[in-house]
Design a protein around this ligand. Structure first.
Ligand SMILES: *[C@@H]1O[C@H](CO)[C@@H](O)[C@H](O)[C@H]1NC(C)=O
Ligand SMILES: *[C@@H]1O[C@H](CO)[C@@H](O)[C@H](O)[C@H]1NC(C)=O
Ligand SMILES: *[C@@H]1O[C@H](CO)[C@@H](O)[C@H](O)[C@H]1NC(C)=O
Ligand SMILES: *[C@@H]1O[C@H](CO)[C@@H](O)[C@H](O)[C@H]1NC(C)=O
Length: 414
């Protein structure tokens, strides 16, 4: 029934009986249990992130990092590149209630000759990996349904060592390889990639073969495929653009600077991720709240804010919102509610978030109407996360360069 998500053009080519309204309502409605599962997935994703961040922040401070950080926040945002890159299609997969929300796959080749995979375009992690061919169902649940990486069939593969990563709902063991990576017509000759030897339980249910790490973390710089590409090709600009609209795409090496002339650029000095600093997620008429750092994470299928910020949005006169009491804090309301949420950037620019991106039909008897995919958390160790439910409203550019990193945002154009 996933096909019913398609545009009208797609729907017309389907047997219309498959998309009867009653059926659609049933298949595309959620309850608080679904939302909780999605939230737990995101929370687990950041359990080790928060830990690492605490630890590394300490050593960063020890080595005089804070001084540098203070200095750097006064630096100007680097001039935007005016360059188009390679545009790869993204495939929307998952979605409630079947899975933990929606994410986007991109075709990535690994090895010589190329072995092709559908990997989640993930701005929240840095390593690119697929399940290894030698892994069996007991260690890699769902492996029979996935395309696997076989290093022995790649004449460019070189084993580098082993690695352990914490992701989503569990821990993973991987073997790292030096191998060629293919992104459309681009070939990256000496990229570090992972072949998973052990994945976590939930990964078996996810409709992907692994992750394409588009995140940034200075301490593991060499691991990101795009860093390897920029070492190989000095003219390559480490810039990507995400368009999660109806014709979703990932642009590598540039962005659509003609269509998005009014892209707002925000300098990012955080060393641990694509953290949009000092931004406010709010709505007209909402009580004022302090800014919060927002993690741009296309691998997260819920968006999440501190509960106090969510309350400011939801406790507005004229709205009829019901709120849950347990974690995550979820919000139900009539489906025709106009939430009109927007992100207010440090320079004052407002990026609107479409209600259709965050409101979903509820099948929960206790929380009727529509449920918000933007949830609240009272856990102070979790970051505020800009996941796919909000990123679908935004054209997002992530750029790294010697003169500084920046995030570019603009309302998504049709
Ligand atoms: C919530 O919905 C899912 C499917 O969306 C269903 O499997 C589950 O039983 C529901 N749970 C409750 C408590 O209603
Ligand atoms: C990736 O997914 C898309 C959409 O489902 C599909 O058309 C394509 O064949 C898949 N590619 C691979 C390598 O599995
Ligand atoms: C990876 O392989 C390339 C050649 O294929 C080589 O130049 C590079 O040094 C290797 N990198 C590592 C980390 O072994
Ligand atoms: C979808 O995007 C691809 C790649 O950017 C483009 O070639 C194609 O024309 C687009 N299709 C539509 C319907 O906009």
């Amino acid at each position: 029934m996933r096909l019913c998500f398609g545009t009208i053009i797609v729907a017309l080519s389907l047997n219309s009986a498959q998309c009867a309204p009653a059926q659609r309502l049933k298949d595309h409605s959620i309850n608080t249990t679904d939302l909780k599962a999605g939230y737990e997935h995101v929370a687990a994703r950041y359990a080790s992130w928060a830990e690492r961040k605490k630890k590394q922040h300490k050593s960063y401070l020890t080595y005089g990092g804070l001084g540098k950080l203070m200095e750097s926040t006064r630096l100007a945002t680097p001039a935007p590149i005016r360059k188009r890159g390679t545009v790869l299609p993204l495939y929307a997969v998952g979605g409630y209630p079947k899975m933990l929300g929606q994410t986007f796959n991109v075709e990535v080749g690994m090895g010589t000759p190329a072995q092709l995979f559908n990997l989640t375009a993930d701005t929240g992690s840095t390593l690119t990996w697929a399940v290894q061919a030698s892994c069996k169902e007991t260690d890699c649940p769902g492996v029979a349904k996935k395309r696997t990486y076989d290093p022995s069939k790649s004449r460019t593969s070189k084993k580098l060592g082993s690695d352990h990563e914490a992701y989503g709902d569990g821990e993973m063991d991987l073997t790292l390889y030096n191998d060629t990576v293919h992104l459309g017509k681009i070939s990256v000759n000496a990229a570090t990639i992972g072949g998973a030897d052990k994945t976590f339980e939930k990964d078996g249910e996810l409709e992907h073969d692994g992750l394409f790490g588009l995140g940034k973390r200075l301490d593991v710089d060499t691991r990101a495929v795009l860093s390897a590409l920029s070492k190989q090709d000095k003219r390559f600009s480490q810039t990507i653009a995400l368009d999660l609209g109806a014709n979703a795409s990932l642009e590598i090496g540039g962005y659509d600077f003609r269509k998005y002339r009014k892209l707002v650029q925000i300098r990012v000095d955080d060393v641990f991720g694509w953290l949009l600093p000092r931004s406010i997620v709010t709505a007209q008429g909402a009580a004022q709240v302090d800014p919060v750092d927002l993690l741009v994470d296309s691998g997260s299928s819920v968006s999440m804010l501190p509960a106090s910020r969510m309350d400011a949005i939801m406790d507005r006169p004229g709205l009829k919102v019901q709120k849950s009491t347990s974690e995550p804090i979820t919000y139900a309301m009539p489906c025709d509610t106009k939430l009109n949420v927007h992100i207010s950037l440090p320079d004052g620019t407002q990026i609107p978030v479409k209600d259709a991106d965050i409101l979903m039909q509820s099948n929960d008897a206790n929380m009727p109407g529509c449920l918000s995919l933007l949830v609240g958390t009272t856990n102070p160790f979790l970051p505020a996360v800009l996941g796919t439910p909000m990123l679908k409203s935004i054209y997002t550019v992530l750029s790294r360069s010697a003169t500084g990193d920046w995030i570019g945002l603009a309302p998504l154009a049709a």
